[in-house]
Design a protein around this ligand. Structure first.
Ligand code: ZN
Length: 446
């Protein structure tokens, strides 16, 4: 198994930056050549080029390491193959046809050199290698340099999966926006991981965007100040994107840790595809389209594979609108699920998750009495509103802040209190101040 380590390459010397830039342009030329050869074969109706054809055609023609060129050819062929497979279902898909101006730089494991504190990436015979001062594990595999509002080095690192599954218990996970995940096991335990940190970060980003837009509306389009603000916008946007990615990973890690603790061997993840396909009004549709549950499913699948937990997805249709006690159907309102028929009261997302057990394993479970509330963890680095939130220092609490559902075993308080935490974190003012300060600051420097 492999996992990917991401290192930001901040503060590169201008000459190195320029070299990476030129190399990316060169890599894009490799791609375009592959595209031309493939396009020609399609037009002429001749045999499509394979690996050997592309490698022969690109050999020795580019200012890159030979294996970098080969990997781009392989990536191109993989792209063609994927399109071919999907074309039957989606006839509107096209084979690669666009010109590329930049392409990530790739190196296979055998091409790179790793020493303590640095990575050596060869650029081909007769050219100086790129040396990056980053700490990567000794057993690092393939490397990739990508642009994501700044250069990043992606290193593939092998991980040793667990020897045996943690147990034989079965669990279901309900993904959501307000709560990233709600998990119930058939051993009577439940976990709720808050998603409010993610929503709060996104909301803050949109406020920062508004602030920058206001400043930009006062200057001429394309002017120096306008371009500086554009850069500042990219910077905050990239930072929040990284924070959100970090929180998503941490949230899903909490789910897997919980499953390991409770000896879970099989995990069913409800796939909200059906819910999302349905049109439900402008505002709701926007909320649904901004919800990146596909990533959560990916992260969860990858992390549970490492722990030898079988993770599989399936429908979650109707799970949130049924009473887990009497089966009565109703539209849930608010965060607590209160049954109009039998008076049952429980956490809304845990209800959804508990209702998945009959779909996934064909067996109803008792509604869990013990619910653990966790949040993914404070935002890493600067600008984290959660770090400054007085609630994050609060001691343990035994009931859900949402529903008042008691008897919860709380490892760390989860701030899922609506409004208070998500919408007016005490740090918003200071964060907003930071945004405008940053905009102004970069304006001065750049
Ligand atoms: Zn009921």
């Amino acid at each position: 198994m492999e996992t990917v380590r991401i290192c930001r390459l901040g503060n590169l010397p201008p000459s190195l930056f320029r070299r990476l830039y030129d190399a990316q342009v060169e890599a894009a030329r490799v791609w375009s050549l592959c595209r031309d050869i493939h396009l020609e074969a399609r037009r002429q109706g001749t045999r499509w080029p394979n690996r050997d054809d592309l490698q022969k055609a690109t050999k020795g023609r580019f200012a890159l390491h030979s294996q970098t060129v080969q990997m781009i050819c392989h990536a191109f062929l993989a792209n063609v193959e994927t399109t071919r497979q999907w074309k039957r279902q989606h006839p509107q898909l096209r084979y690669p046809y666009k010109d590329k101006w930049f392409y990530p730089l790739l190196w296979p494991a055998q091409a790179i050199g790793v020493a303590p504190g640095r990575v050596v990436l060869p650029m081909g015979r007769g050219r100086r290698s790129v040396v990056l001062r980053v700490e990567v594990p000794e057993n690092a595999g393939a490397c990739k340099i990508v642009w994501s509002n700044g250069y990043e080095l992606h290193v593939s690192v092998p991980v040793v999966p667990a020897e045996a599954p943690p147990g034989t218990a079965r669990a279901t996970a309900d993904l959501g926006q307000i709560h990233q995940a709600a998990v119930t096991t058939d051993t009577g335990a439940a976990l709720v991981v808050s998603g409010r940190g993610i929503r709060s970060a996104k909301r803050w980003l949109h406020q920062a965007f508004g602030e920058i837009a206001k400043q930009r509306s006062r200057c001429k389009q394309g002017s120096r100040h306008w371009r500086k603000l554009q850069r500042a916008r990219g910077k905050v946007s990239a930072r929040v994107e990284r924070q959100v990615r970090d929180l998503r990973h941490k949230g899903m890690r909490k789910v897997v840790e919980f499953c390991k603790q409770h000896g879970v061997g099989r995990l069913y993840v409800g796939n909200p595809d059906g819910v999302r396909a349905r049109s439900a009004g402008r505002h709701h549709n926007q909320r649904m389209s901004q919800w990146e549950y596909g990533r959560d499913i990916d992260y969860l699948a990858h992390k549970s594979e490492q722990s030898r937990i079988v993770c599989f997805t399936g429908t979650e249709r109707g799970t949130s609108s049924r009473c887990p006690e009497c089966g009565h159907r109703q539209r849930p309102k608010g965060r607590a699920w209160v049954c109009n028929n039998c008076g049952f009261r429980g956490h809304r997302d845990v209800v959804g998750s508990a209702n998945m057990h009959p779909i996934a394993y064909g067996e109803k479970i008792e509604f869990p009495q013990r619910i653990t509330y966790l949040r993914p963890g404070p935002v890493q680095g600067s600008g984290g509103g959660m770090k400054n939130c007085p609630r994050s220092q609060e001691p343990e609490r035994s009931s859900c802040p949402d529903t008042g559902h008691g008897e919860g075993v709380t490892a760390r308080l989860h701030p899922c209190c609506p409004g208070e935490f998500a919408d007016q974190p005490p740090a918003v003012g200071s964060r907003r101040a930071r945004a405008s300060q940053e905009a102004g600051h970069t304006a001065e420097v750049a």
